[in-house]
Design a protein around this ligand. Sequence first.
Ligand code: FNR
Length: 180
Amino acid sequence: MKVLAIAGSLREQSFNRGLIRAAQALAPAGMEIIAADISDIPLYNGDDDGDNRPAPVTALAEQVKAADALLFATPEYNYSIPGVLKNAIDWLSRVPGGIFAGKPAAIMGASMGGMGSSRSQYHLRQILVGLDAYLLKKPEVFVSSAHEKCDEQGNLTDDKTQSLIADQLVALQAWSAHFS
Ligand code: FNR
């Protein structure tokens, strides 16, 4: 199965992008995780939507359509998801055909605080439920104090978190099988 992973951070040394790299390395047999790039997605402007939709949005939408499942890794910005991630989802939500509908999805996330991005993850879950994605419930992956669990490049070094991500990927694989 093909999983498209979308990080809510553009930062080169992002802990959340590091979680996605860890997931790529930890993916179970039969799962390939492709990291999406949302850095070229412009700010949403309804005047540019429809036939004028920007090429990076169309390209990302095609990746979402082609994926068997989605994996989000989101930081927490002011108790919610970063604007770059919401902006990308807003664009994608306008693509005809409801491309999130029926798509299995899992959420993980890292923050430097003690809440491990849990508040933003629940906001993201609400948004994706509104788009009819099929959200994996557990295990949840809340990576608190991310700066202590990742190196300076944002690579995940913590064994327990790696194990939790591996468990989540196995659960996502089983969850997705219900809908294929
Ligand atoms: C943050 N950060 C943060 N952390 C948290 O636990 N709760 C929060 O509400 C916020 N709010 C917040 C707002 C803004 C604008 C920034 C830039 C940062 C800290 C954040 O979790 C930390 O910078 C993470 O390292 C960001 O994720 P990446 O970029 O490492 O993936």
